[in-house]
Design a protein around this ligand. Structure first.
Ligand code: CFM
Length: 543
């Protein structure tokens, strides 16, 4: 049985910051919230990481190419930069995809201009044009995207201009993204750039008559096959997915997405811009769902049913929920007996540390610390804080696209009054964020550091720490099992009902495996040299 800490979350946070130089301490303190339910709490987020601190964050290029554009299966995505940047985004996120009937799938390839020193000195645009031509000749894709990395941007290569020029030459859409890694404080900037580009160049290209209950699934990236499990459930209910942004995504489907009646958002952080623009231009409302966790999947289905307000659909949804929950529960119940009362820590990017708390709850487990790398305040505190978020120089780097109403194609699925009412009731355009769902005496952390992780682990002694490849082996060396919630460590899907069962098995295998208790970290076997800060006044240390 897990040990629960006697330490108060507030004391722990105060203790952690004593380890930092004063200026760093002041900064980091604002990124940690000792959760006290029933009070209004604020967190600092989307700010630059303090230099010298080891962060788990990625870059704007990772957010644009790796996260949002990369999963679109039938586009060739060319990385303009040194080969390392392309290699980094080659299959490691485990976003799955299949070719549509008669279509193409390039997910298994990695396209790069492989910039060399002389391209850096004399410019790389020529090489980029050659790469586009070569890829076009070899694969004849229906569209391409071009992604600038830091060096390409630093020497002034214009990927957007090259895209335009080559698009005219080859007669297919070729969309350039100036998503140089340095464009923002994290991959979040890249999500925004990607949303803008997709909206401007792909969405709305193809009008099509769609049937009843047609939706887009936004912010679902088909990691380990999640999107397929969601599709299975929706199909069973009679809900039709026009396009998914962007897991197993397709260019043509995204081009038709504006024909849907509703957008549902899974990952708010990466795609809320798209939802807003689709609503402004085409009148499609959006609602937030969570398809991670058995109970939350059912809740999400009911929300969709409530929106469409159709007796037959709602009845069908209830049938599906009853059937799916019973089947999943039969598998999960015996595992819950072994997991009940155990504790977890969750560190992810911008939304999963929230979503997975629901799944852990299904398993009878409690989340004691949760953190995101690059979420914004609205992902933590809810969208109500958006008007109070200060726009800083880093956010100004990214264009805030304002979509104009399309005079011919603006067709809201309900009357203006009805939509206004649903918004007022919090049933549309609402996300309350992660904080309200966190347990008393837990801690919420933004852009966590390794020191903070270590001290929180020592205090809470969790049964499992869920994170990513950059830190999972540290926990395992400490004798604590770890599950990657980014790429799922070779398994999945974890979404929906089948996913909840897969996850329960996976977590049971880790948490109840006796091997972890036998591990002694090297630093536990040998005495360690302890270091102290020699200088600790603000005057002496500049951060
Ligand atoms: Fe959204 Fe994602 Fe995430 Fe994200 Fe990511 Fe990811 Fe993630 Mo890794 S889009 S914010 S940039 S849910 S790749 S599929 S797991 S950090 S919490």
């Amino acid at each position: 049985m897990s040990q629960t800490t006697t330490l108060k979350n507030e004391d722990l946070v105060e203790e952690i910051v004593t380890r930092y130089p004063p200026k760093v301490a002041r900064k980091r303190r604002k990124h940690m919230v000792p959760v006290k339910q029933g009070t209004e709490q604020q967190i600092a987020a989307n700010a630059r990481t303090v230099p010298g601190i080891i962060t788990q964050r990625g870059c704007a290029y990772a957010g644009c190419k790796g996260v949002v554009l990369g999963p679109i299966v039938d586009m060739v995505h060319i990385v303009h930069g040194p080969i390392g940047c392309a290699f980094y985004a080659w299959g490691t996120r485990r976003n799955q995809g299949k070719a549509r009937k008669g279509g193409q799938n390039f997910l298994e390839y990695s396209f790069s201009t492989d910039m060399q020193p002389d391209n850096i000195i004399f410019g790389g645009e020529k090489k980029l044009k050659l790469a586009i031509e070569e890829a076009y000749e070899l694969f004849k894709p229906k569209a391409m995207s071009l992604h600038a990395t830091c060096p390409a941007g630093l020497i002034g290569d214009d990927v957007i201009g090259v895209g335009r020029e080559m698009s005219e030459k080859l007669g297919i859409p070729i969309i350039g993204f100036a998503c140089e890694g340095y464009k923002g404080v994290s991959q979040s900037a890249g999500h925004h750039l990607a949303n803008n580009g997709l909206f401007e160049h792909v969405v709305g290209r193809e009008d099509k008559k769609v049937g009843k209950f047609s939706i887009n699934m936004l912010g679902e990236y088909n990691i380990g096959g999640d999107a397929w499990e969601i599709e299975r459930i929706f199909k069973k209910c009679g809900i039709n997915i026009i396009s998914t942004f962007s897991g197993n995504g397709s260019f043509d489907e995204i081009a038709q997405s504006h024909n849907a009646q509703l957008n549902i958002i899974q990952c708010h952080r990466s795609i809320n811009y798209m939802a807003e623009m689709l609503e402004d231009k085409f009148g499609i409302p959006w609602l937030k769902v969570n398809v991670i966790g058995m109970k939350s999947t059912s809740k999400s289905l009911r929300k969709i049913g409530e929106f469409f307000d159709d007796a037959k659909l709602s009845a069908r949804i209830e049938e599906v929920i009853a059937e799916e929950e019973a089947a999943a529960e039969a598998e999960i119940a015996p595992l819950r007996e072994r997991l009940q009362g155990k504790t977890a820590m969750l560190f992810t990017g911008g939304s999963r540390a929230h979503h997975y708390q629901a799944l852990f709850k299904d398993l009878g487990m409690k989340t004691v610390v949760a953190g995101e790398e690059f979420a914004h305040r609205d992902d933590y505190e809810g969208r109500k804080v958006i008007p109070t978020i200060k726009i800083d120089a880093d956010s100004r780097n990214i264009t805030e696209l304002k979509a104009e109403r399309d005079p011919e194609r603006y067709h809201p699925p309900k009357s203006e009054e009805e939509i206004a009412r649903l918004k007022k009731e919090g049933k549309l355009s609402e996300y309350e964020g992660m904080l309200p769902d966190m347990a008393e005496n837990s801690i919420l952390v933004d852009d966590i550091t390794h020191l903070e992780q270590e001290m929180m682990i020592a205090a809470y002694n969790p049964d499992i720490v869920c994170s990513g490849v950059k830190d999972k082996y540290i926990f395992e060396k400490m004798g604590i099992p770890s599950k990657q919630l980014h790429n799922y460590d070779y398994s999945g899907p974890f979404a929906g009902y089948h996913g909840a069962v897969n996850f329960a098995r996976d977590i049971d295998m880790r948490v109840n495996n006796p091997v972890w208790k036998m591990i002694q970290a090297p630093w536990q076997k040998r005495p360690m040299i302890k270091a102290e800060m020699m200088v600790d006044t603000e005057k002496e240390i500049r951060v």
